[in-house]
Design a protein around this ligand. Structure first.
Ligand code: ADP
Length: 294
């Protein structure tokens, strides 16, 4: 007798993840299988976290995704920073809207990349998202389940800042995650939140791929001298204290802010700049955790 196809991905009826759990209602089971069949088609899933907003989390997510796409990988970039969805602006996609098909929501395509953001759903860029918790969780789940991601090598997720319900549900829904990249700025007030982000990852059993210290010194575009506007080294010290990898420091660079505002990925359009080279080295370290990269 032909075995019953449980899940769209492999149809393996012996897959333990596809078995109904005892405490699961039929609806919960159907939802979980739907999510599983989408996530199984994505080889690597990386979440970009930060303790606070404004530290460069979206900048890292965009440039990581673009670098992977430029190297020929099939990449999805999901922006679930519900209250500050900046990825459409950073990639010049503000005017894009989402189309729905019978199979689900179609992400916006750019280069080798499929992009989905809560920003595409807002009628006006200035609209604020005023949603209660369950609605936010619902949209996060919908972005994972109902978007036509297809077969991807990487899904990079720009998470909401902090360690609240939204990053929590994200980490629970994408299970297993390859890991989290945590972005901070160097001063102590930001770095304290990194400890919380690392503890959060440990509690939800998400491996910490490493900490990036962003806005670490300002490189004068005229003379190249580095001025530490914020005291440097906070991220590096915490990474050492908490025994997680330190991936590197990215200086403040007017080119990063400019490219973000212009809707062009820094790593692509300023590829030969010293900061882009530093950024690429950090991305290579993240990729080196991918055992199948070759
Ligand atoms: P978050 O996602 O943590 O809220 P963003 O990535 O949106 O932060 O960055 C906030 C702002 O800072 C953006 O305008 C971005 O272009 C700028 N920015 C981020 N990192 C740098 C940097 N290293 N140098 C200059 N500007 C930066």
């Amino acid at each position: 007798m032909e075995s019953k196809k449980v899940c769209d991905t492999c149809g393996d009826s012996s897959c333990s993840a596809a078995k109904k759990k005892n405490d699961e209602s039929p609806e919960e089971y159907t939802d979980r299988i739907k999510l599983l069949s989408k996530m199984c088609r994505i080889q690597h899933k990386i979440v970009v976290l930060s303790g606070k907003g404004g530290v460069g989390k979206s900048t890292v997510a965009v440039n990581l995704a673009m670098s992977l796409a430029l190297s020929g990988k099939r990449v999805g970039l999901l922006d679930v920073d519900i209250h500050g969805p900046s990825i459409p602006t950073m990639l010049g996609l503000e005017n894009k809207t989402i189309e729905g098909t019978a199979g689900g929501l179609l992400p916006v395509e750019l280069e080798n990349m499929k992009v989905m953001s809560i920003g595409f759903l807002l009628q006006n860029q200035d609209d604020a998202v005023i949603w209660r918790g369950p609605m936010k969780m619902g949209v996060i789940k919908q972005f994972l389940t109902d978007v036509e991601w297809g077969d991807l090598d990487y899904l990079i997720v720009d998470a909401p800042p902090g360690t609240g319900d939204e990053p929590l549900s994200l980490c629970q829904l994408i299970d297993p995650l390859d890991g989290a990249v945590i972005v901070t700025t160097p001063q102590r007030v930001a770095a304290v939140d990194v400890r919380k982000s690392i503890s959060f990852c440990r509690q939800v059993h998400v491996p910490v791929l490493g900490v990036i210290e962003n806005m670490s010194g300002f490189v004068c575009p005229k003379c190249g001298e580095v001025t530490h506007i914020l005291p440097a080294g906070g991220g590096k010290k915490i990474a050492a204290d908490m025994k997680v990898p330190f991936l590197g420091a990215i200086p403040m660079d007017p080119g990063i802010a400019k490219s973000g505002d212009e809707g062009r990925a820094f790593i692509q359009h300023y590829a030969s700049s010293p900061t882009a080279i530093l950024m690429q080295e950090i991305i290579n370290k993240i990729r080196s955790t991918d055992k199948t990269k070759n």
